[in-house]
Ligand binder design. Structure first.
Ligand SMILES: [Zn+2]
Length: 484
């Protein structure tokens, strides 16, 4: 059994800086007494305190009274929190630990440094090793980051999670392969944007389809994932999520890394400027051609200029494309009449496509002819197909209702796991319930329409969609209709 004294020192510097609460007298005392309680061979005798004394010399009353008690045989063991409490200088501390204490038969323990003269007799090299270890581990982490840098330069993916649209290859975790489901969503996002939709509208479309946003999608696929951005926003698709995807060159098949860094684990990541990014071309299968990706970047730059998106309720919207660039044509209204124009030309100018334009009336005449020639208006035939479409629509509504139920469940899970606060949960629950209500309303309207709708011989969006796959316009006289 060792008769143990605890030695506590707090310097003036510690007090002024007050940077380290754990350096305070009370903290050190509690810490050391707790430690002694846990040791079966230590018996607490006395506390020695130097309040406001520097560690650079040993002219301290508490320290001296401790030495006196050692000489009197009152204590034969000293416990400190860490070596720096004994003294700042390793040489002087070393003298006590290596020579004076052992000569007097005193055991010395520095708890935080894992140092105990009983275990490492006269081996003062241990704490010095500790210092060396500290330096060494810094060196290792430097080396490690330079290896990572090298990997990035080789185009190897080193992140913990592949970005949305890709997954890590099973055979080589530094390689990205397309995630079949999310990949299609990414492609659709680019397509919708090139077709003239804004990021906000795209987010709305994805939300209306109850497509899981990247964070939930990754959770769904068993990845514990937190994107660092505010989770609150990531339960839905938002325009910023869409923009983040549109801007990311990774989707054009080029590996982009080193966009941010952090000095150490405790500090926040800092964004790096584009010149520090490490971009390696053609490291994986692209989800979008580089040319189209570049076009999107041009468009994003011009984001402030208003883009005209053809009235989405127009029965031809989404079907009519420019025969030259294959992008959607947008519908424009003029006093002289409505017309369709190549959306690329309209938004990017003549360096990207020609001024391809056609009157809406002309297109509608062609569409009407096509539908007539393909039996769209032969009542019997149409009726039977139409039934199928109606049941598809009905199924669509029901699917949406089911999906919302699932989203609600997931929201609750997020709340129970502590990912979101109760308040956030309530806000979104409320949103989901609103959506649910809206869908139920639409569904009952649909049933009403279904009853009332006996008018078969008009061109409807439904009918166009049923018979026509695509309308390609080369110029005002060349229209090609591709059927289903
Ligand atoms: Zn075009």
């Amino acid at each position: 059994m060792y008769n143990t004294g605890i030695y506590i020192r707090i310097s003036q510097e510690d007090k002024i800086k007050n940077e380290n609460e754990s350096a305070s007298i009370i903290n050190q005392r509690n810490y050391l007494l707790e430690f002694i309680n846990r040791q079966s061979d230590l018996k607490f005798i006395k506390e020695y305190t130097d309040d406001g004394y520097t560690g650079t010399n040993f002219e301290r009353p508490g320290f001296n009274s401790m030495l006196e008690d050692i000489d009197k045989g009152k204590i034969n063991c000293i416990v400190v929190k860490d070596l720096s409490r004994l003294g700042r200088e390793y040489i002087n501390s070393g003298m006590y630990i290596e020579k004076i204490f052992p000569e007097k038969g005193v055991r010395f323990i520095a708890v935080n440094d894992n140092f105990d003269t009983n275990n490492n007799i006269n081996d003062f090299i241990i704490p010095i090793k500790n210092v060396f270890n500290e330096l060494y581990s810094k060196d290792i982490s430097k080396k490690c980051s330079s290896i990572l840098r090298e990997k990035k330069k080789n185009g190897e993916f080193i992140g913990a999670f592949a970005c949305y649209g890709y997954k890590k290859s099973v055979s080589d975790k530094h390689k990205l392969v397309i995630d079949p489901h999310a990949g299609i969503i990414v492609q659709r996002i680019f397509k919708m944007y090139l077709d003239g939709m804004g990021a906000k509208k795209i987010a709305e479309v994805l939300n209306s389809e109850h497509e899981l946003p990247p964070m939930l999608y990754k959770n769904e696929n068993g990845l514990k994932y937190n994107n660092g951005r505010k989770i609150f926003k990531t339960l839905f698709w938002s325009s910023s999520t869409v923009l983040y995807i549109l801007k990311n060159e990774i989707y054009a098949g080029n590996m982009v890394q080193n966009k941010s860094y952090r000095e150490n684990i405790k500090t926040k990541r800092k964004k790096l400027s584009k010149k520090d990014w490490i971009i390696v071309k053609n490291t994986h299968e692209p989800l979008i051609d580089y040319d189209k990706w570049a076009m999107v970047q041009e468009l994003l730059k011009k984001r402030n200029t208003k883009t005209v998106y053809g009235n989405s309720s127009h029965i031809l919207s989404g079907l009519i494309v420019c025969g030259h660039c294959k992008m959607a044509m947008c519908r424009c209204e003029r006093k002289s009449g409505a017309y369709f124009m190549c959306g690329t030309y309209k938004r990017l100018g003549k360096q990207y496509c020609i001024r391809n334009k056609i009157s809406a009336e002309k297109v509608m005449i062609e569409v009407n002819n096509y539908l007539k020639n393909h039996g769209a208006f032969k009542n019997k035939n149409y009726y039977s197909v139409s039934k199928k479409i109606l049941s598809n629509i009905e199924m669509g509504f029901n699917n949406k209702l089911y999906n919302i139920k699932e989203l609600k469940k997931r929201l609750l899970e997020c709340f129970l796991k502590g990912i979101i606060s109760e308040n956030e949960m309530k806000i979104y629950m409320c949103e989901y319930e609103k959506m649910q209500e809206n869908i139920k309303k639409s569904l009952s309207n649909f049933y009403k329409e279904k009853k009332e709708n006996n008018n078969e011989n008009i061109i409807t969006r439904e009918k166009v969609g049923e018979f026509i796959n695509k309308i390609s316009v080369l110029n005002s006289n060349d229209i090609f209709i591709v059927g289903k």
